[in-house]
Design a protein. Structure first.
Length: 173
């Protein structure tokens, strides 16, 4: 078997592994949390994991949103053309999961699983290095036509910054 075929087999297996796992986690997140009205203990008596589960029970919409994003990311991994988008989407979710598992001291198995999935996603990205470089070049290529002088760019950015700061202040105070 050639190295190209081995890489293709590895990449497909890694994508399927993460897609199946994240799809299962996504389904679970949309149904597993119950409202926090059942949590009657003071917050300072709860373990980190109990506190995190209480948070998810209080904000069911957030847990359901994460579950849907996990399922969407898993679906994107199933298709060759959307693999990198799926990797990007699931990396956002998994970084969040890993951070929560560390901060709330969730059982080590869940943390290890999330780290394995993230490692497999990084391997998929590495196995698609040529495509990643192509996307990077497309995103960082200079614009067509004559370049804008830096001072006009700075002036425009300053005006937009001032406008957005005024809008933010108006909506938040």
């Amino acid at each position: 078997m050639s190295i190209v075929r081995v890489r293709a087999v590895l990449e497909l297996a890694f994508r399927w592994h993460v897609a199946i796992s994240m799809f299962v986690y996504g389904i679970a997140k949309t149904v597993q949390f119950s409202p926090t009205s059942e949590v009657s203990a003071p917050a300072n008596t709860l373990t980190g994991q109990e506190l995190m589960w209480a948070f998810y029970g209080y904000s069911l919409g957030y847990a359901q949103f994460l579950g849907v994003v996990e399922m969407l990311g898993a679906g994107l991994l199933l298709f060759r053309r959307t693999t990198l988008l799926g990797c990007l989407m699931l990396t956002g979710v998994l970084v969040n999961v890993i951070a929560q598992d560390l901060v709330y001291n969730v059982n080590a198995g869940a943390l290890r699983a999330a780290c394995i999935y993230q490692g497999l996603l990084l391997a998929v990205v590495a196995l698609n290095g040529a495509q990643v470089r192509q996307v990077w070049r497309a995103l960082t290529a200079p614009a067509e036509g004559a370049p804008m002088p830096w001072y006009w760019l700075a002036l425009g950015a300053g005006l937009v910054l001032a406008a957005t700061l005024v809008l933010e202040h108006g909506f938040t105070h």
